[in-house]
Design a protein around this ligand. Sequence first.
Ligand code: ATR
Length: 285
Amino acid sequence: MISVNAGTKLLGILGYPLKHSYSPAMHNTSIEELGLNYLYVPIEVKDEDLRDLVKGIAAMKNFSGFNVTIPHKVNIMKYLDELDELAAAIGAVNTVTVREGRLKGYNTDGIGFLRSIEKEKGITVQGKKVFIIGSGGAAKGVAMTFAFEGAAEIAITNRTYEKAVELAENINRKVKKCSYAVSGKDAEEALSDADIVVNTTSVGMTPHIEETPLEAEFLHRGMLVCDIVYNPLKTRLLQDAEKRGCQTLNGLGMLIYQGAEAFKLWTGYEEPIMTMKNVLSALAG
Ligand code: ATR
């Protein structure tokens, strides 16, 4: 059991609602295993109270940092003292460090995703052709980080095509010229030689588990097919990909490694990945 005393440092997650968040269980189990004097607490906060809450946290000498989740990932930025370069390019923050009353924002979603590909599949993104489905907050994190880390090409498709165009233009302007929006025949062509395919949309998530963002015919051997969805652990996209001989990766890894990257920023410690995996597998079923 974690024991709380005068020296306990606080970590937490800000969002609304939070009752489905796995982060408190994941981080507190790691804290206990590492024998650290930290406590990670869920803090439900609505938009109208976010400013006051952040001010309060900055005044707390025992607060080391926090995660930020839906719906505050963008709004939080205006209350921070400093932004990391990648978070600024993405335009969203999921991790904040608190040092002597100064708040600095980071985004570890994309880097977490990248680490999960590296550690679980032994695949690096340098020089790879990537195909991304979706253009929302998660897509921005993943796509910008891929560009930062040296992907050769990033093709983006989205239900609302204009948003894919906007994201590709943003990547080309802020990071490097490697991205373009695709649909129809262009998307088929990009898929024909893609090395890594990533679904960043909620298509296929429980309860709509029969849905898929990409028909099986476009998947081919030699591709790594990734889904950021982890509920269910094996989406229809990943089932189809397996049948077509692709390597697959579910969204649990992203959740684990984005958390581990944040934990390192707050505490300087490496989180025990196996423990985190066990906690999440039990919770995600
Ligand atoms: P998040 O922050 O989780 O990425 P978001 O910013 O709302 O959430 O983005 C959701 C993404 O999933 C978007 O790309 C969205 O497409 P639109 O831009 O057209 O809205 C995509 N998406 C969500 N539901 C979808 C569906 N049923 N079919 C196709 N795309 C879907």
